[in-house]
Design a protein around this ligand. Structure first.
Ligand SMILES: Nc1nc2c(c(=O)[nH]1)N[C@H]1C(S)=C(S)[C@@H](COP(=O)(O)OP(=O)(O)OC[C@H]3O[C@@H](n4cnc5c(N)ncnc54)[C@H](O)[C@@H]3O)O[C@H]1N2
Ligand code: MOO
Length: 401
């Protein structure tokens, strides 16, 4: 059985980012930049005032001095002349500082009447002037390729004079649930049947990773039904199957897809939940076969599918960040499979993050998955741990899950 790390490296190593498309700024939020964004202008383009007041020569603007008002410079309407000795120009926030001026006298620090401005507070050279290029300069890289665009980034790209951005197309992820026993939520449930939760949960996970889920109709436990469904999904950037991954004679994914040209890379990893994970290629389409147990499919979704979608979407090397927490309850020795335990988070008496696993970790139990705030990671053969030990966790909210 492969280790989690090796399995993830093999998956990510086989994926190339999807192509780019150009979108308007209004459509760019949360998309991933396919090319860096460079400033198309210098911001501010010239020295500008940071306040409403008077553009002056600091040497003249000492307390008690009277200056002569020679004009005005509202934002967007630069003053054409220059400020000479003993002169002032009315100026507003964002307006270009006129030639000759080297400071702004705040209007609260002046008494104005007609064309006379009396200084009531001495001004320092350079005061309240934003220098040209204070924010950025033309040609400077504002945002790197591979960045998922935040609201702040979109503001910066707009300020850099970009109406359009080149972003990666959202990866299309086909999701194929298999099984005779599963029915869609709301449909009648056959005796011994179970409602399909995997495809729905995985579709939401795909969205949280920036992909577009294409949920295929449920395929019966029948070689030709699975093969037909998979054929229909070849246009996807990645096909995910859920169920039919294990060793039972009804676990048909590999058997159904072999004749369709499926080339297996690996099957089975040293992980709990999620041992019977399948990875390979169906023609040109990478295929990730997740186990059918609902928690197994979601945990493998978090550990493998999430970073795979990120990589397809132009963000390689983006697995869930590992964080640390104090163990809220003792743990026994682990066996040879890496364990991902559903757990809750709290603060201990010293204000440190504490993590406590649920007592029962059966991989069919979705309620504990929904209530979990973290996955507690245990390496293969990890020794027993006392409460209070430091452990590594994945915080599910970090992934928007
Ligand atoms: N003899 C062995 N049996 C099993 C092994 C093994 O190594 N030897 N592995 C176990 C492990 S671990 C897992 S995980 C499961 C995975 O099996 P499959 O991927 O083949 O999944 P199924 O058998 O199709 O289903 C398992 C379970 O999950 C339910 N299921 C399936 N699809 C859905 C769905 N879309 N929504 C909700 N629930 C679903 C299904 O009804 C089963 O209860 O195999 C173990 N067995
Ligand atoms: O890996 Mo299975 O996921 O232990 O239930």
């Amino acid at each position: 059985m492969l280790s989690v790390e090796e399995a993830r490296a093999r998956i990510l190593g086989a994926l190339q980012p999807v192509g780019a498309e150009t979108v308007a700024l209004s459509e760019a939020w949360n998309r991933v930049l396919a090319a860096p964004v460079h400033a198309r202008l210098t911001q501010p383009p010239a020295d500008v005032s940071a306040m409403d007041g008077y553009a002056v020569r600091a040497a003249d603007a000492v307390e008690g001095a009277e200056l002569r008002l020679i004009g005005a410079a509202p934002a967007g309407h630069p003053f054409a002349g220059a400020v000479g000795a003993g002169e002032a120009v009315r100026i507003f926030t964002g307006a270009v500082v006129p030639a000759g001026a080297d400071a702004i006298l705040l209007q609260e620090d002046a008494r104005a009447s007609g064309d006379s401005v009396v200084v009531t507070e001495t001004v320092r050279t350079g005061r309240w002037i934003r220098r040209a290029g204070l924010d950025f300069r033309e040609g400077e890289e504002l945002l790197p390729a591979g960045r998922r665009l935040t609201a702040r980034d979109i503001g910066l790209a707009a300020a850099g004079n970009h109406p359009w951005l080149s972003v990666h197309r959202a990866p299309r992820i086909g999701i194929l649930a298999t099984g005779d026993e599963i029915s869609l939520p709301g449909d009648p449930v056959a005796p011994g049947g179970i409602v399909s939760s995997n495809a729905h949960a995985l579709a939401a996970l795909v969205r949280s990773a920036g992909g577009v889920p294409l949920v295929l109709p449920i395929a019966r436990d029948d070689v030709s039904a699975i093969a037909a469904a998979a054929r229909g999904a070849r246009g996807c950037d990645l096909l995910v199957t859920a169920g039919g991954a294990s060793v039972g004679e009804h676990d048909l994914v590999q058997r159904a897809l072999g004749p369709e040209g499926f080339a297996l890379d690996f099957w089975k990893i040293a992980m709990r939940p999620g041992k019977p994970l399948i990875w390979g290629r169906l023609g040109d389409t990478p295929l990730l076969g997740l186990p059918g147990n609902p928690v197994s499919s979601l945990v493998c979704g978090i550990v493998f599918l999430w970073p795979a979608i990120a990589a397809l979407g132009g963000r390689p090397d983006l697995a869930a960040p590992l964080r640390r927490a104090k163990l809220g309850a003792p743990l026994g020795e682990n066996d040879r499979r890496a364990d991902y335990l559903r757990a809750t988070l709290s603060m201990d008496a010293e204000g440190r993050r504490a993590v406590t696993p649920f007592e029962t970790q059966d991989s069919s139990m979705l309620k504990t998955m929904a209530r979990a705030e973290a996955l507690l990671l245990r390496a293969p053969h990890a020794p027993p741990l006392e409460a209070g030990s430091t452990v590594e966790i994945i915080i599910l909210a970090d992934l928007g899950l």
